[in-house]
Design a protein around this ligand. Structure first.
Ligand SMILES: N[C@@H](CCC(=O)N[C@@H](CS)C(=O)NCC(=O)O)C(=O)O
Length: 218
């Protein structure tokens, strides 16, 4: 059976977890506590980069969440999470990449403040501004559609939708983005989102690990 290495508070792992559930792919969950488990030889043999998520499917190992999503889509095409029309494909890739390259680094900085690590005010302000710019762009991109690429749930939702609903935790208000708010509520009503949303208890217990990871990386 497909092995899925993850941690419940990892946003990178959660997008893979949601895709596995949406696609109804049976998997064996392999929990890493990220309090040092990731540096053990046994896991380093699986992923020399010492990060989750990782999947191992029929002996084939894939690291990097977006590569895993592409692999799952190609290997388990139904139900599909990727459109076939040119503009829809571009929309999905755009949302995936903007979420990873713009939104996630900005929220990483906001997390520093949340877990009470020293933070440069100027950098914080610019992170807040970046988040606002991305959300405004997404609000327009979504328009009156149910999902970013139309009526069907795609990898755009899987990637952006596992990060955006957590933004109020960082003091980001949704008032200027009513379409995005309705979109987030639609996603949160789904089984796959509910099964993978970390409880507040899990998040609080993970704060020391989050601090250690952020200190190493920012
Ligand atoms: N670009 C990678 C990022 C993976 C990543 O940073 N994972 C974090 C958890 S969210 C991790 O395993 N961190 C362990 C560490 O930094 O020690 C992906 O998208 O899969």
């Amino acid at each position: 059976m497909l092995k899925f290495y993850y941690n419940p508070i990892s946003v990178n792992a959660r997008r893979v977890w949601v895709a596995l559930l949406e696609k109804q792919i049976p998997f064996e969950p392999c929990l890493l506590n990220l309090d040092g488990d990731q540096f053990q030889d046994s896991f380093t043999a699986v992923n020399p980069l010492q990060r989750v998520p990782v999947i191992v499917d029929e002996g084939w190992r894939v690291v990097e969440s977006l590569a895993i999503l592409d692999y799952l889509e190609a290997k388990y095409p139904s139900p599909s999470l990727m459109p076939s029309e040119a503009q829809a494909i571009a929309t999905v890739r755009m949302v995936e990449m903007i979420t990873l390259n713009e939104l996630q680094p900005a929220t990483m900085l906001l997390t520093r403040q949340l877990v009470e690590l020293d933070t440069n005010t100027q950098k914080l302000d610019s992170a807040q501004e970046r988040v606002g710019t991305v959300l405004q762009f997404y609000e327009q991109l979504l328009g009156d559609k149910t999902y970013f690429a139309g009526e069907d749930l795609t990898l755009a939702e899987v990637v952006a939708g596992t990060l955006i609903p957590s933004l109020p935790m960082f003091g980001v208000a949704f008032d200027p983005y009513p379409r995005l708010l309705a979109w987030a509520e639609r996603l949160e009503a789904r089984d796959s989102w509910q099964k993978t949303t970390p409880s507040m208890e899990t998040v609080l217990a993970a704060i020391p690990n989050i601090k250690a990871i952020i200190e190493r990386r920012t």
